[in-house]
Design a protein around this ligand. Sequence first.
Ligand code: B4P
Length: 192
Amino acid sequence: MRERVLVLGPPGAGKGTQCKLLAVARGLLHLSTGDLLRAEVAAETTLGQQVKAVLDRGDLVSDHLVLAIVRNRLALHRKGWLLDGFPRNSTQAATLDDLLADLGQPLQVALQLQVPQEELVARLLGRGRSDDSEAVVRKRLQIYVQQTEPINAHYQARGLLKCVDGLGSVQEVATRIANSLDECQRGEGTIC
Ligand code: B4P
């Protein structure tokens, strides 16, 4: 079965952590827009220098650039996939719909990882990435509430949104996600 899954949730919800495990367990391509952008920075290209400034401020990178990255990767790929950290606003969500229709790869489920805000701040400060200072973390959480969270309604209206409790050990959350995806494959389970 070719699974096509979005993993949604606030910064620090554990999207990257869980997608790495899921990709291996289910043989899926893991496409993280955050990782792809950081790879650009690490390569020290001119583009990477622009991206670094945006990441260090806690802002979102331009839709145009992120969409180009995602389109290239999905167009080349014929197996199932996990999209991690994308879409991040309503423009990206609408463009993703068009892109998946174009590619004949309809979305099967949008998993929403749910974690309380203070736990998110604690996790991100513990991670210690260069864009994880307290001021930047709080700004990213604010941008999430303003720009990203509203897209849940887009997937909920289409009956594709599934909520998963992201609190607990990494393995506990992984088990919940696996159960949720199995339910989807059987056409069971509650949609949130
Ligand atoms: P991302 O790389 O997507 O990262 P994130 O949202 O900060 O974290 P994630 O939810 O993946 O948490 P993680 O597993 O690491 O974004 C970074 C930046 O890239 C954005 O701010 C933005 O600027 C840019 N960007 C990305 N996509 C974009 C797009 N589409 N458009 C525009 N800009 C975009 O976990 C966090 C920490 O918690 C880790 O230390 C982990 O070990 C820990 N953790 C995980 N699960 C845990 C658990 N169950 N219990 C305790 N700790 C746990």
